[in-house]
Ligand binder design. Structure first.
Ligand code: NAD
Length: 416
């Protein structure tokens, strides 16, 4: 099946006529073709979004809110079908798609429906003797939104915050997971969003993605993605000083003190590290354990890890599906090879054919290792030992990332 771009409320072919394959990471078969968009397609989408902004930027909060609610309802109505499509295209378990991604996506849309009514500013009395100062919150214009492949639908919905605030949008999904964003665009039309308010262009990051970052008809670019991509986009976007909003990578520390509730720390460490097969920016990527509980924690973590079930993402009892692409599977496999050389593999789950990465528990890794410093984005649980609170904080903060972290203790003042 061939999917088309969604521009100005219509489904259109890419100007180049070129397409790319969309792969099911479980069967490794081609499941669809999408447009490989280029500069001309970006021009068309920008023209459509600019034109629509003249009208959309002047709608009332009530109008925008009403449409967001309608879209949320439509997503809810279509959730089963879309969640299945997401799991087939992304590889995540159907349990996760249904019980997490889509639930949050729908809730986010409803949240934005409410937030659309809260674009309130401030006024100040006599900042200058003769003046009245008013701070207004108003839409920016055309926003380009670039989405990663780990939460394709949910993150496309997150970006619709821009639309709730009165901006028009051009969404570019990740090249391996474009399908549900295109379905979202179709539903937006059904919900009644005017043509040109929500546009979706598919294609490659360094082609259509960088064209969006470069285009002077775009007022803001928002990327959720890799830190290196963020740096590139920030640089390219400087051409017209467009506003840049970046949500980038993470290498979250997970610190467990000796007074923690071990049961909940162990189960959270496991879920936190392997959620979405570890393809999560906030995944617990560095587990720091107090030396006094180290052995017990590792023993229990292994017991829990043994219960994790890999398999067909569409089976209701599957916990982890395959990694999203061959390229990503090869990347995580390289990190596993480094782990085997540098550290000790304390546990490894049963291997499966395909792009499956079983859960591994690893220790003996040095803080300076790439395994501790770079995003792996796979279910490799890397654990470290610490003696004192100061040491734990120093090790946890010894990173270029700053996205998420957690502290496990019963002592609230220590946690704070
Ligand atoms: P990525 O940066 O490789 O790709 C993200 C998007 O950017 C894709 O749509 C891609 O096509 C596009 N892109 C790639 N190169 C580009 C370029 N030169 N110009 C413009 N666009 C370009 O990231 P990914 O591998 O898809 O996603 C995983 C990354 O996303 C991880 O680093 C993860 O931590 C991060 N992430 C962060 C959050 C957050 O909220 N902070 C949430 C999810 C994912």
């Amino acid at each position: 099946m061939e999917y088309l771009n969604f521009i100005n409320g219509k489904e259109v072919k890419s100007a180049s006529g070129r397409v790319t394959d969309v792969i099911d990471p479980y069967t490794q078969k081609v499941i669809a073709k999408v447009q490989r968009s280029n500069k001309e397609d970006v021009n068309l989408a920008v023209e459509s979004a600019r034109k629509a902004f003249d009208m959309w930027g002047n709608t009332t909060p009530a109008e925008r809110s009403g449409l967001m609610y309608k879209l949320a309802d439509l997503v809810e109505k279509n959730m089963s079908r879309l969640a299945k499509m997401e799991s087939i295209n992304q590889g995540k378990s159907i349990k996760m798609s249904k019980e997490s991604d889509f639930v949050f996506a729908i809730d986010n849309l409803r949240f934005y429906a409410g937030a659309a009514r809260l674009m309130e500013g401030k006024s100040a009395y006599k900042y200058s003797p003769d003046g009245l100062s008013i701070i207004k919150r108003e839409p920016i214009g055309v926003v380009a939104a670039i989405i990663p492949w780990n939460y394709p639908f949910m993150l496309a919905c997150w970006k619709l915050a821009a639309v709730a605030a009165g901006n028009t949008i051009i969404i570019k999904p990740a090249s391996t997971t474009p399908l549900t964003a295109l379905e979202l665009a179709r539903l937006s039309k059904k919900a009644g969003f005017p043509d040109g308010v929500i546009n979706v262009l598919t294609g490659l990051g360094d082609e259509v993605g960088s064209e969006l970052a470069r285009h002077h008809g775009i007022d803001m670019i928002t990327l959720t993605g890799n830190t290196e991509t963020g740096k590139k986009i920030m640089q390219i976007a400087s051409g017209n000083l467009k506003k840049v909003h970046l949500e980038l990578g993470g290498k979250a520390p997970f610190i467990v003190f000796d007074d923690a509730n071990i049961d909940s720390a162990v189960s959270s460490a496991l879920v936190g590290s392997i959620v979405n097969s570890g393809q999560d920016c906030t995944a617990a990527a560095r587990i720091y354990l107090n030396e006094k509980i180290y052995d017990e924690f590792v023993r229990r973590l292994k017991d829990e890890a043994k219960k994790v079930k890999l398999g067909n993402p569409l089976n209701n009892d599957t916990d982890l599906g395959p990694l999203n692409s061959r390229q990503h599977f090869e990347k995580v496999s390289k990190y596993l090879e480094i782990a085997k050389k540098e550290g000790r593999i304390l546990y490894s789950g049963k291997e499966q054919k395909g792009w499956f990465m079983p859960v591994h528990i690893i220790d003996g890794i040095e803080q300076k290792s790439s395994l501790c410093r770079e995003e792996i984005f796979g279910p490799l649980i890397i654990i470290f030992k610490f003696k004192t609170e100061d040491e734990a904080i120093r090790l946890a903060n010894d990173t270029v990332y700053g996205l998420a972290s957690s502290v496990w203790t019963k002592d609230l003042s220590k946690a704070f």
